[in-house]
Design a protein around this ligand. Structure first.
Ligand code: GLP
Length: 252
């Protein structure tokens, strides 16, 4: 696990975007996360596209997850969120037809989950991840299996509370179910780029990097992946025991 620590999220978003641009190959499959954390990274990719330095034309993007039962035109439907970030007004050059999300509106979301998993196999080239305060990645909440594939899941109260800000702070409007790539699906990505900012994430970051691998902290499964880079700000890194060691390692 490579750990990159910087003062603030803006700087980290730019460095992470550069990693994506450097690792980009035409036709590649990019796994994309939602939530507020990767927004700076997407902005940096859009700026690179506008400057003519980067384009995802002919490549594809694959979302981690989607709410079940959210209206198709709801602004928080992850397809719509990612469309705004990556496709709209030129975005990163990605074509709408190449933006894939699990079908949360399917008659049988379990079938949709299986189909999505099959479509992703054998795994995306680079997967961008955020991190839930409780250590979730995608919507893999604590207690799910470490080898799970794309499946229908239940959102914990803590995740629904955290996401209520996207639903007018009204918990009743936050969906209860989702379709999410499983941890096994996420682990099938060739390369993983995880970002986490702020003190809210410090405990999850501590577990991710220094905790025991456990389904109680789902992101800890990433300790078994061969190519993970974690971008964290000083606040998110504040609970790490081996901070000096990580800073030195980065200079190698
Ligand atoms: C959301 C998403 C995750 C995201 C996480 C953190 O619920 N399903 O993919 O990484 O929670 O969100 P944020 O970046 O807004 O803190």
């Amino acid at each position: 696990m490579r750990i990159i620590i910087r003062e603030n999220a803006e700087e980290l978003s730019k460095i992470a975007a550069q990693q994506i641009i450097d690792g980009y190959t035409p036709g590649m499959r990019l796994g994309v996360a939602t939530g507020s954390t990767p927004l700076g990274l997407y902005k940096a990719l859009r700026e690179a596209h506008a400057a003519g330095d980067f384009s995802m034309a002919g490549s594809s993007a694959w979302a981690l997850d989607e709410y079940v039962g959210i209206p198709a035109d709801h602004p928080e439907r992850y397809f719509n969120v990612l469309h705004t970030e990556l496709v709209k007004d030129g975005g990163v050059g990605l074509f709408e037809a190449d933006l894939h999300t699990p079908d949360g509106g399917a008659e049988d979301p379990k079938v949709a989950a299986k189909e999505y998993d099959a479509a992703i196999a054998p795994g995306v080239d680079i997967q961008i991840l955020g991190l839930g305060r409780n250590g979730h990645i995608g919507f893999n909440e604590p207690g799910g299996g470490l080898a799970s594939r794309t499946h229908v899941d239940v959102l914990t109260a803590s995740t629904r509370e955290a996401n209520a800000r996207f639903f007018d702070n009204d918990m009743d409007r936050v969906p209860t179910f989702c379709v999410t790539q499983g941890l096994g699906t996420i682990m099938s990505a060739k390369k993983i780029v995880l970002l986490a900012f702020g003190t809210d994430k410090a405990e999850a970051v501590e577990q991710l990097i220094e905790g025991a691998v456990s389904q109680l902290w789902p992101a800890t499964v990433l300790q078994h992946h061969v190519d993970v880079t974690v971008y964290i700000d000083e606040a998110a890194a504040s609970r790490l025991e081996l901070l000096d060691y990580y800073r030195t390692l980065e200079q190698l």
